[in-house]
Design a protein around this ligand. Structure first.
Ligand code: GAL
Length: 786
């Protein structure tokens, strides 16, 4: 037909394949059969994590280390109508991640398996499709436990997509753009051809500004694509490019078009950024020629009460909080993240250390990935690099965390092999591994002499002499700290405590509250407090940066506490997203905005001697007043990162005032609270999208009659929802709570709890009402719109 308008679907479509799945928790080997009757199965929308829906139990095979939630086997099925024209097209199903051991069938035909739960993978299914209804079945097997050293989640916990393209098209992850800061782009494009003969095509690359303006278009390149696929290289020049940076994360878009007989048969879009960076053995890290320290945090992938099921808003909220604290970098511990997480880092301006593995051949637990490493590491590592190498945020590829092979000679060959795999696909980024063996001659990963940067975990006392001990070697503190803290719990001590004390002694200290002090005075024995670590990293330019363990508490690894502890104590922010006090230490050091933070709360026994700390910046001194009477001025001396007063408690108002050149900068007050009297609800966002995914995080505060947060309130709060939304999860940040996350109630913990509201696809309002025996209730309205 002459001049037929082609709509995008005719060229390439990539649509969400998340809706209308059926789920069964348990094993049903017949479920792969297209005739299996799944009528009784539960209907759900992906992403989905069945573990987070379960009950905490010490006896769950994942153990408290794995989060203490159920694992097992689950099946997913989905009936769908094949896309029009599928016989002449390539139809591909893409899974961003399934934890773990997934097997996939379409219409009873086996497509393949993917053991590693963090890899993205796809299957071409056109040849198995039929007109009318088709059935996809996915078996997920997370039954072999113990597996992960942290909470993994179970199920199809990331997005699924259905892609339709012409038989000659850009391959999945088929573009690779390398740039330099003067705007020269090298574009590699991999084109596949699933017809039976070689095809002649034209390739055109165009670059658009972030506002969508066409900046440059290449001349058409003529190409013969044979049936095994063909790679093509091209170059483009952008005049005076806007560079990507953490302050201005500017992205361009490359649009690759394939034409045949004058018609566009494929359009493939790739976002990218232009930036350069450098690691220097003496001077540390620089971005676009500007020296800066990498101020990073490690993050596991779980989203607290939402489990592992990815949600873009929940990830964005985490990153917003890290940004506001002053962090500029994230380490995706210890595995490839969801693609949307990297998109957010590109967009929000975070540097990323993208990590592949937590183990190689030698195990950390009985059923972990070491079982699959020999057969799968090449595909898993290659797929991570191919999927992620256009993200401007990524500056480092990590081939592994605390890998056991660093301790024996087998580490050398594997290191060389893995570095080779990475370099073969991307020579523009350094390869690193997070090491713990500090003696070079005993560290076989280091001995392989294949890594670009020495990545050291912990051992902050070695930072100083690193240049002497490793002359000319570039250095990054890949993991630090492991301080232990519970939000709102304060316990003074004369010396810093190391819990556990060492690798041999059973942990018996602590307290009956399953809480570690928020005074930043406890750490694991291999770690250090936040202040000890930052003081060391800050001092030396040769320390390119650090990744604090961890930005947020995460499910699992509740060390050093026994059951019922089931989530970690390492976060700067608790599992519910409430900052612990150390958050403000970082904020005072890592940002320029004025900070003054006072701790602890002001509810103690009359006469008790209480340490009062403040973190501050942009000021010369802080003066503390109790009930209007000055308790003196303090200024940070030497390496100090806070100032301290020892105060005999009297109820009333404690006020801190910071001054610069004698002028007031900030005032912070904390008041003795009375008994719990009422509930206050504060939403992070009152207007959210009616897309069935967006979230409003509602903080619940227990207040006294005068409006002060009651610091030890643990009232049980009941929630009621009216309107077009539902409760996606509840939490209070307490690491040893075994209340369920999927519930319409939660006890407050140190005065706070959280309700996470999720929209449906209907526009309107969501009304949340919170009640609690003896307290004045409260409600809040969230609007949902298109
Ligand atoms: C590190 C390890 C992390 C976490 C941390 C807890 O050695 O790399 O995954 O286990 O210890 O302190």
């Amino acid at each position: 037909m002459k001049n037929r308008a082609r709509n995008d679907d005719d060229i390439r479509s990539r649509t969400s394949f998340n809706k209308n799945w059926k789920f069964f928790l348990g094993d049903e080997s017949n479920a792969k059969s297209p005739t299996y009757n799944d009528l009784k199965w539960r209907k759900l929308t992906l992403p989905h994590d069945w573990s987070i829906e379960g009950k905490f139990d010490e006896k769950n095979p994942a153990k408290p280390e794995g989060g203490g939630l159920p694992t097992g086997i689950g099946w997913y099925r989905k009936g769908f109508i094949a896309p029009a024209n599928f016989k002449n097209r390539l139809i591909t199903i893409e899974f961003d991640g399934v934890y773990k051991n997934s097997k996939v069938w379409v219409n009873g035909k086996y497509l393949g398996k993917r053991p590693y739960g963090y890899s993205s993978f796809s299957y071409e299914i056109s040849k198995f499709l039929k007109t009318g209804k088709n059935i996809i079945a996915v078996k997920v097997d997370n039954s072999a436990q113990p597996d992960s050293r942290w909470y993994s989640g179970s199920g199809i916990y990331r997005n699924v997509w259905l892609t339709s393209t012409a038989k000659v098209a850009v391959s999945n992850w088929g573009t690779f753009i390398t740039t330099n800061n003067s705007g020269k782009l090298d574009v590699q494009t991999q084109i596949q051809n699933k017809t039976l003969k070689s095809q002649s095509v034209l390739v055109i690359n165009s670059v658009y500004s972030s506002a969508g303006k066409l900046l440059i278009k290449s001349k058409p390149q003529t190409l013969k694509v044979d049936t095994s696929g063909t790679a093509v290289n091209g170059t483009l020049d952008i005049k005076n490019p806007t560079l990507w940076s953490v302050e201005n994360p500017y992205q361009y878009k490359l649009v690759t078009q394939i034409l045949q007989s004058g018609k566009v048969i494929d359009t493939y879009e790739t976002k990218f950024g232009i930036r350069s960076f450098n690691f220097d053995a003496q001077k540390g890290f620089s971005l676009n020629g500007k020296p800066m320290k990498i101020l990073g945090v490690c993050l596991h992938h779980d989203l607290g009460a939402l489990g592992a099921a990815i949600n873009v808003r929940a990830m964005e909220r985490q990153l917003e909080m890290m940004k506001a604290m002053g962090a500029n970098a994230i380490r995706t511990a210890h595995n490839p993240p969801a693609p949307e997480f990297l998109d957010l880092c590109d967009k929000m301006g975070f540097l990323v250390m993208d990590e592949a593995f937590d183990m190689w051949v030698k195990k950390k637990t009985k059923n972990d990935y070491h079982l699959n490493f020999p057969q799968w590491h090449k595909s898993d590592l290659e797929d991570m690099i191919k999927r992620d190498r256009n993200h401007p945020s990524i500056i480092l590829w990590s081939i592994g965390n605390e890998i056991r092979e660093q301790f024996d000679s087998t580490g050398m060959a594997i290191t060389k092999e893995l570095v080779g795999i990475v370099k073969n696909l991307d020579k523009t980024r350094p390869v690193i591994s997070a090491l713990t063996e500090t003696k070079a001659e005993k560290n076989f990963i280091y001995q392989a002499n294949a890594l670009d940067i020495y990545g050291l975990n912990y051992n902050h006392k070695l930072y100083k002499d690193f240049p002497k001990n490793y002359p000319g070697v570039k250095f990054l503190a890949t993991e630090t700290t492991s301080a232990l803290e519970t939000r709102g719990f304060y316990d003074t001590a004369d010396t810093i405590r190391r819990w556990p004390k060492d690798g041999k002694t059973k942990f018996t200290e602590g307290n009956s509250e399953w809480s570690a002090s928020a005074y930043d005075n406890v750490s694991a024995y291999w770690g250090s407090t936040h202040e000890e670590t930052w003081a060391a990293a800050k001092k030396y330019d040769h320390v390119s940066g650090l990744f604090v363990w961890t930005g947020f508490d995460y499910l699992g690894e509740p060390l050093p506490y026994p059951w019922p502890a089931r989530s970690s104590y390492f976060g700067i922010v608790d599992l519910a997203g409430f900052p612990k006090d150390s958050y403000y230490m970082y904020q005072s050091e890592w940002t320029n905005k004025p900070v003054l933070h006072i701790l602890p709360h002001w509810n103690w026994k009359q006469g008790k001697s209480v340490d009062v700390w403040t973190y501050y910046n942009n000021a010369d001194e802080v003066e503390l007043y109790l009930n209007g009477k000055s308790l003196g001025k303090r200024s940070k001396q030497g390496d100090e990162l806070h100032v301290l007063w020892n105060v005999n408690f009297e109820p009333g108002t404690l006020k801190a005032l910071s001054r610069k050149n004698g002028k007031e900068v900030l005032i912070r007050e904390v008041k003795t609270a009375g008994d719990p009297a009422k509930i206050e609800l504060i939403a992070d966002r009152k207007n959210i999208k009616a897309d069935g995914k967006d979230l409003s995080f509602v903080t619940v505060r227990i207040l006294d009659a005068a409006g002060n947060v009651v610091p030890n309130a643990d009232n049980l709060v009941d929630f009621k929802i009216d309107g077009v939304g539902f409760i996606a999860g509840v939490d209070n940040g307490f690491q040893a709570s075994v209340e369920p996350f999927k519930a319409n109630y939660r006890k407050a913990f140190h005065g706070l709890c959280l309700a996470i509201l999720q929209s449906t696809e209907k526009t309107g309002t969501i009304k949340l009402t919170a009640t609690s025996a003896g307290l004045v209730s409260s409600s809040i309205i969230i609007n949902t719109g298109k």
